[in-house]
Design a protein. Structure first.
Length: 370
């Protein structure tokens, strides 16, 4: 008995240029058709094959019949008093993720999700408290970017999105293959055409994947550090029990060297009385001084059910002064979108059928939002 033929449309969204060229040649088309399609989709934000007027009528009809170029569905759209925008996006089967756009005077930063939930269980993070369901595909990741551009009234050629950060729901490097595909499209001249230094992958510390990323991509790297010694980081970022701080930092300096990066960004959530004391600032400075490093101090944003409180402003300022006096570039991130729960650590979509995996298991997909 023959197996049933899968007649569902092929999703070309999120397919890197080389794969897309191969798809067209397999259908008897020239490779330049892939470049034409990419121009329509990523530079002009056109998803209807019938509107792609430089394609032949026969090709437009076949694409309309056989291809999917769908975007996530918006379940909820909220705008903060400070201009930050948050979308709740439906990913099917009761699974939702969140995406945030942060407008600034000289740039617009889009924070995208890479997984539905996460399994990291960082105690200060709303996403981690939900559990994990699944990885997002490259199509679902890049679809967030196209959707945001369209929702904000632009196109790929005139995009309000200048920066993309993988700092939404999920641990990007636990979804390595799909995230790399998405990064390829974000930085491809025929894709979104964003500078590699304006695409940032943030990780809680998956060392082997950092090493692989250096081989395949030279996007900017950010590390959710949050502590300067292993005892405290084991508590705040459990993946540290597998890859300790020394191993993680070695991977970071190697990444910076191999990709000619000026710096690696270290994210540090300021938790009152936990990791915000001057001695801890000195400890952090000793790890980073003289290295290609920048520290982002992030005021903790309230997450129901967590035992943590935000460090007072004066404490944050004193912590920053210690680092700066030691020669470590340090900025304090201004909270954005608190009134719509869109700030760092607050993203939480809807998850059904959660999947859990013990820390260290091969099937584990760690996640974070920091």
């Amino acid at each position: 008995m023959n197996a049933p033929v899968d007649s569902s449309p092929v999703n070309l969204l999120g397919m890197p240029r080389t794969e897309l060229e191969a798809w067209f040649t397999d259908r008897g088309e020239k490779t330049f058709r892939a470049r034409q399609l990419m121009q329509w989709v990523y530079r002009r934000s056109v998803l209807d094959p019938g509107a792609m007027t430089d394609l032949s009528l026969a090709l437009r009809e076949s694409l309309d019949r056989d291809v999917a170029l769908g975007l996530p569905q918006v379940r909820e759209h909220r705008e903060s008093a400070d201009g930050t925008v948050k979308w709740l996006l439906e990913m099917g089967h009761g699974q939702d993720v969140e995406m945030v756009f942060i407008p600034e005077e000289k740039r617009g930063t889009l924070c995208v999700s890479s997984q539905v939930g996460c399994a990291m269980d960082c105690p200060f993070c709303a996403t981690g408290r939900q559990g994990f369901n699944r990885n997002l595909s490259a199509a679902e990741i890049i679809g967030q970017v196209i959707l945001a551009i369209r929702e904000l009234g632009g196109t790929g050629e005139d995009s309000p999105v200048s920066n993309v950060v993988f700092m939404g729901m999920g641990e990007p490097l636990a979804n390595f293959k799909e995230v790399v595909k998405a990064c390829d499209l974000l930085t491809d001249d025929l894709g979104l055409g964003i500078s590699r230094r304006r695409v940032t992958v943030s990780t809680s510390g998956l060392v082997p994947q950092i090493q692989r990323l250096a081989e395949l991509s030279n996007v900017a790297l950010a590390i959710s550090l949050h502590a300067a010694n292993d005892k405290l980081r084991d508590e705040l970022v459990p993946i540290n029990r597998r890859h300790n701080i020394a191993e993680l930092l070695d991977a970071c300096w190697d990444y910076a060297d191999r990709t000619n990066s000026k710096q690696v960004t270290f994210e540090y959530i300021m938790l009152d009385g936990v990791n915000d004391q001057p001695r801890q600032a000195r400890e952090l400075a000793s790890l980073l001084v003289g290295r290609p490093a920048k520290v982002n101090l992030i005021p903790f944003n309230p997450v129901p059910g967590t035992p943590y409180e935000r460090s007072p402003g004066a404490t944050v300022d004193a912590f920053r002064k210690v680092l700066m006096d030691k020669g470590v570039i340090t900025i304090t991130r201004r909270p954005r979108g608190n009134d719509i729960d869109a700030a760092c650590g607050q993203l939480a979509g809807n998850l059904d059928n959660r999947i859990s995996a013990p820390l260290g298991a091969k099937t584990m997909h760690t996640g974070h939002r920091a």
